[in-house]
Design a protein around this ligand. Sequence first.
Ligand code: NAP
Ligand code: ZN
Ligand code: ZN
Length: 432
Amino acid sequence: MAPITVQPPTESDIAQFPREFALYTQLKPTADGAVDAEALGECVKTYGSGESLPASFSSGSVPFELVAAALVKKGSTVDGSGNCLGYAAHDNTGHLVPWKFERRPCAADDVRIQVTHCGICHSDLHQLKNDWMNSTYPMVPGHEIVGIVTEVGSGVTTHKVGDRVGVGCLVRSCGSCRACSAKEEEFCGKMVFTYNSQDHDGSPTYGGYSTHLVVDKSFVLRVPENLPLDAAAPLLCAGITTYTPLVHWGLNKPGTRLGVIGLGGLGHMAVKLGKAFGCHVTVISTSPGKKQEALEVLKADDFLISKDEEAMKGAYDSLDGIIDTVSAPHELRDYLPLLRFDGRFIIVGAPMCDMKISPFELLFKRLTVAGSLIGGIQATQEMLDFCGKHNITCEIEKIPAEYLNTAMDRLVKNDVHYRFVIDVQGTLLWQP
Ligand code: NAP
Ligand code: ZN
Ligand code: ZN
């Protein structure tokens, strides 16, 4: 089928049809607007009217407005007002419902992003349920966000309309403190989280379970062209949270014997990144059912069941480092013996509990026990580029927005393969 040439959208077309512009952009139009006719037809079937392309599309050049009209899909009515549609919890039951709210207009340094996909991190669940005792409602979670730029402020030169971008856990910091100067914005005292946080002007922040975002340019990341947006979304948190400690503690050297506790969203990324660095990777899991895939698909070298005392004893003194991604209370002393001398035990999982350690568990092998929080913006870009180079994405279950509460119930039961990603562009829909 001959390509279809679409007349370039104007600024006002994009403002009127941001979702449809994001869909069209993913068809990778050439400079003169030519898109693959079959791909456009598929896109209209899946994301738009559901009908076949009008015959008139095959001759001459089609105005963008007509393509956008074919890509419109109606959602159901949601009460309230606001320029953004999201899913919000209104209390610590964590139950999510459609909710309209207002995002700020794009200021000079801002980038407006049409969200295409958003991953579901276990931290979203912790905060929905107020596990960390700091939740404010209404809460629109989501910090594994990818999408397409639809508008940039006058001071933005780093991103342009049509770019594939991502936003992780941070949307602002002070820019001048010791942490910010060291490009470790995650430790800035004035750092603002993407949701459940307060921006510097006092307004609440709302995350990526929503149709669009407006974010300061310094916190917008570039998603490599070769990575599909849906499977790249969880890199924005699960990816960076496991990449940072591997690099920071020198566990990224070929031959490093790396252990990963918990094979969920973070854990499976730690395995993939560890393998890309050339490590020998051992998964330490409570789920025997995850073994085959861990070895065959994720290419882990070993798989230990943490409740199997014999197997755990057999692995004593075998690892240089462990990344602990467990989301529920657990005992460090079950795992520390796996480390050899100078071993590093890095906690990234965030259950709200105390963890006991006896000095003797550390002294006799000069062990380090440390924590690690996401990563800075520069490191996040470095991680994304590393994933682009090595073609690393997440294993995902793509879900419609209306499946969110079921997904949360399944996450509680450790029933996810390995990350839920919301198909925002396909299922979080306005009633136009
Ligand atoms: P997840 O997908 O639910 O994975 C957690 C894994 O922990 C599960 O797949 C399970 O693996 C294991 N697990 C669950 N209950 C367990 C138990 N009682 N004992 C031992 N293992 C258990 O969660 P996630 O999204 O990867 O997040 C993991 C944790 O990291 C959460 O607490 C989250 O808040 C935190 N987090 C921290 C940061 C940071 O910056 N530090 C960033 C993001 C997330 P097996 O089935 O293999 O045992
Ligand atoms: Zn997260
Ligand atoms: Zn700062």
